[in-house]
Design a protein around this ligand. Structure first.
Ligand SMILES: Nc1ncnc2c1ncn2[C@@H]1O[C@H](COP(=O)(O)OP(=O)(O)O)[C@@H](O)[C@H]1O
Ligand SMILES: [Mg+2]
Length: 339
């Protein structure tokens, strides 16, 4: 396939080539650091259009917002940037539209040190997320996937996931692409971290290549066929049950922190860190990116990795928006040191 930058590109795909006009890099190569610790994210890029409301509207109701802002987002892009900001070498695989939102998303990732050479241009507009945040910092979100729906298994094939320490996935691009990336990651010997969000039921067999399953209480309930109240009542038991699906399972619980379990191994709880909550958008993405960064750095102690990820998630709630709220490694270390 011809790439926009004229470099010999990744094979496959139906788009018009790399959306990264600044590229000279042909592959999902490390942005910095050594190849051994590379995180490759296959996932979504969305522009977040955020409005603050006193309370969320009910169906048929109109409420007045207080100003609005647009922020680069999408679970894939957020998690890529989260990991990069914490010092990981990160490459992003996905699609944007040929529009200003897409260009802004690429610029944001590039500024954060993420390699966007494998982000292709789709035929649909860049994905958009419409986000409402209420006075308590609680959000509700509508996503229009646009070009994210055009990320295909052939976008992933031939990228050479070999060399990736962690392949990080979410459910905002087509499931067949997620599963193909999981398979390729596994074949390349990488850890395959699936943040199974947004919530949907999945057959256990579909997740055979996932080594690390990360879900919040609602996503855990969807996978277990339980309700969220049952997960909240005993999150360690929920994580333990999820180890039937993947060898490592982590359940995040908002202000209640996280629970984790390892197949044939340990389990535990990690409280969240006490912070002044402004906006919970991207708390889960900060947690996911941090977990990937710790795994890529060779962390074997799951309790320590979860504690680090909880600190990153808690810090992300102290600032507005998605990508602007993602903490640096220094901020996480400082919170851990002070706790
Ligand atoms: N209100 C909060 N106070 C402190 N930490 C929080 C709060 N909400 C989220 N976090 C942190 O962020 C992590 C992820 O948040 P969570 O809401 O579980 O994810 P998601 O955004 O996927 O629903 C939590 O495990 C916790 O560490
Ligand atoms: Mg939550």
């Amino acid at each position: 396939m011809a790439r926009a930058d004229g470099a010999p590109g990744a094979a496959g795909g139906t788009g018009r080539g790399s959306a990264d006009s600044s590229a000279g890099r042909g592959e999902a190569a490390p942005a910095r650091g050594s190849r051994a610790g590379r995180v490759v994210v296959v996932g979504s890029l969305n522009m977040d259009l955020v409005v603050r409301v006193e309370r969320h509207p009910r169906p048929g109701e109109t409420v007045m917002g207080r100003g609005h802002a647009s922020h680069p987002g999408g679970k894939g892009a957020n998690q890529a940037l989260a990991a990069a900001r914490l010092g990981a070498s990160v490459a992003m695989v996905g699609r944007v539209g040929d529009d200003d939102h897409g260009r802004a998303l690429l610029a944001s990732l590039r500024a954060g040190g993420v390699d966007v050479g494998a982000v292709l241009t789709g035929t649909q507009p860049t994905g958009v997320a419409f986000i409402q945040v209420d006075g308590a910092g609680q959000n509700s979100i509508v996503v229009s996937p646009g070009a994210n729906a055009e990320v295909t298994p052939s976008d992933v094939a031939g990228l050479g996931l070999r060399g990736a320490a962690v392949v990080m996935l979410q459910l905002e691009v087509p499931l067949e692409t997620v599963l193909a990336a999981a398979r390729a990651g596994r074949a390349a010997g990488a850890a395959v971290l699936l943040n199974a969000a947004p919530a949907r039921p999945l057959a256990g067999e579909e997740l055979a290549d996932v080594t690390h399953l990360l879900v919040n209480e609602h996503e855990a309930a969807a996978l277990l066929g339980a309700d969220a109240a049952a997960v909240i009542a005993d999150p360690v038991a929920a994580a333990r049950r999820l180890t039937a699906v993947a060898p490592v399972a982590v359940v995040t619980l908002g202000a209640a922190g996280a629970a984790w379990a390892e197949r044939g191994g340990g389990e535990g709880r990690q409280p969240a860190f006490a912070v002044e909550v402004v906006d919970t958008t991207a708390a889960g993405d900060a947690f996911a990116g941090a977990l990937a960064a710790r795994l890529a750095a060779g962390e074997r102690d799951l309790a320590a990795a979860v504690r680090y990820a909880c600190a990153a998630g808690s810090l992300a709630t102290t600032r507005a928006g998605a990508q602007p709220s993602l903490p640096t490694g220094g901020e996480v270390e400082a919170l851990l040191a002070g706790a």
